[in-house]
Design a binder for this molecule. Sequence first.
Ligand code: BGC
Length: 356
Amino acid sequence: MKRKAIILWFLVIASFLIACTDTQKLQQETDEQEKITPLVKDDDSIRIGFSMDTLLEERWLRDRDLFKEEVESLGAEVKIVAANGDDALQISQAEALISSGIDLLVIVPHNAEATAAIVHKAHLAGIQVIAYDRLVKNANLDLYVSFDNEQVGEMQAKAITAIVPKGNYVIIGGAITDNNAHLLKKGVFNVLRPYIERGDINIVYDQWTKDWTPANAKTNMEEALHTTKGQIDAVIAANDATAGGVIQALAAKGLAGIVPVAGQDADLAGVQRIVSGDQTMTVYKPIRMLTQEVAKLAVAMAKGEEVPAFQKVNNGKIEVPSVLLSPIAVNVHNIESTVIADGFHSSEDIYKDTSK
Ligand code: BGC
């Protein structure tokens, strides 16, 4: 009896080991097939690839231009591509960058999960990957540099609860495929939870916004207005683009400027709406700081230099070395000392189209 059990155990362990070896073999074969052979450079220049999700929003144009400026000021080159929110296109564009002989890849993922494939392929070609602003999940990412997105959500909820400590709240989230949208929501609920538990705040609508578009946010807000029969006291929108859609829907019901709305990014239109009274606040993230940090680290890593120890953020697979910068809450009282003082927007631009 005992011998039978030992044999049985032996067989179970042996078949487990064989299965593991088979999986490993299969992975090696797939890796071999997928492996991109990068072009060999004939000079010692440093080339950084920058794979962006989209250029549709105001902030990403700024990210693109400032990142190029920063990388070039460090004597390196940058190749930039944008995927228009298309996962397959982002993967093929990144593959093209890898084969073109870049030294390091910086990526703004459209889809936090889908882009893990890019990290894997870059590594097979011996190229390190930095996630820019948005985390790549479940990948052996080399570095993640962003703003503290949970803090962004906390800032939004603190600003709105200071004005509306009781009432019906609508949450217009970002894209479900973007890890930042989840972090923002986490931050928002960190602040709202005690209010909800006391029964002071009711979440009457809470929805993600596909691809963060104003049009989808507007549709969500119309649905929120419809299902609540307009009984809404405050809205937390994930960014200024979605806040724009929300405010259009509110305006159609004569509620713009009456229902407080939070956003993020300090987009020109968002700041103008704060001045005109249609939007309550935004969260300013100095993009120049982000581009400077990423450019500095990307060029150093591409040169094979040691970079300092970082914070860690878990991406579902590893603890990713990370740098998280601090966002700044902006309302009608500190526009001057924040976005204008920083040269993010000029006061002419901010005040030109508003009534003030
Ligand atoms: C960024 C936001 C941006 C949003 C939509 C997020 O990942 O952190 O700044 O507004 O994407 O593009």
